[in-house]
Design a protein around this ligand. Structure first.
Ligand code: KIV
Ligand code: NA
Length: 277
């Protein structure tokens, strides 16, 4: 199986083929996603919320990211594996940024990294790319700055904000990122940004005009039981199915209807007799 690469992403945009991405944090989920023609798997720092139970993504560490990126990489043959750089792993000088990005590649076995921000992180992005590591940008709503933004709201609604996003997108392309995630921006603006770039845009809550789409797998599978945003389409209710399975198991164990004959192993009668001398 041929691995999807950053060059594949670029070519897909040229060929007007939509790019699909989903997040994954573990081996079995990555395996299912990979086997079903998803082009890219993001080991998102959404890990903190949907898997580790944190309030937001600012608690996620490099160790958390490496641990989960390793598991996802082991379950992936075809999809491009992108690992998120967690909070503060790229705001402490370009040397640290390159080092941390490198760890996600060298230890995590990712093929690329993603980090949040526009022109304010340009030097970090350039340094990482210079080290031979492909970078994916992420603008619009950037959850690591949630305390500064003050809530999960749509970005780029004023002319000034919209212009800043367009300029950030262009600066990121200029710096050499291979794709840009546009999160929570008006569909019209995402379409304009998409048309002005030669690298693909991957939208989440950014309308149908992007070159590709990404969703948090726990959200679209209905596994994450918390409140989900309007842009999330639930393709399944896995959480409900899990609830049903768990409660049925409890009921059957209590009733003595599990395990049954077909779930049991048997000893030779000789062995059992021998036990009593
Ligand atoms: O962490 C994440 O899952 C993300 C996507 C929402 C783009 O960054
Ligand atoms: Na993220």
């Amino acid at each position: 199986i041929k691995r999807v690469t950053t060059a594949t992403f670029r070519k897909m945009k040229q060929d007007k083929q939509k790019i699909t991405m989903l997040t994954a944090y573990d081996y079995p989920t990555a395996k299912i996603i990979d086997a079903n023609q998803v082009d890219g798997i993001l080991v998102g720092d959404s890990l903190g919320m949907v898997v580790l139970g944190y309030e937001d993504t600012t608690k996620v560490t490099m160790e958390d990211m490496i641990h989960h990126t390793k598991a996802v990489s082991r379950g992936t043959e075809r999809a491009l594996v992108v690992a998120d750089m967690p909070f503060l792993s790229y705001h402490m000088g370009t040397t640290k940024s390159v080092y941390n990005a490198g760890r996600l590649i060298q230890e995590g076995n990712a093929q690329a990294v993603k980090l949040e921000g526009g022109r304010e992180v340009l030097e970090d992005i350039k340094a990482i790319i210079k080290a031979g590591i492909p970078v994916m940008g992420h603008i619009g709503l950037t959850p690591q700055s949630i305390h500064n933004i003050g809530g999960y709201k749509v970005q780029g609604k004023t002319v000034e904000q919209a212009k800043r996003l367009v300029d950030d997108a262009k600066a990121l392309e200029e710096a050499g990122v291979f794709a840009i995630v546009l999160e929570l921006v008006p569909a019209e603006l995402a379409e304009i940004i998409t048309s002005q770039l030669s690298i693909p845009t991957i939208g989440i809550g950014a309308g149908v005009g992007c070159d590709g789409q990404i969703l948090v797998s726990h959200d679209m599978l209905g596994l994450y039981q918390g409140k989900t945003a309007k842009f999330v389409k639930r393709y399944s209710e896995i959480g409900e199915q899990m609830e049903k399975a768990v409660s049925k198991y409890v009921q059957e164990v209590k009733q003595g209807t599990f395990p049954r004959e077909e779930h049991s192993y048997h000893a030779d009668s000789e062995t059992i007799k021998g036990l009593y001398g």
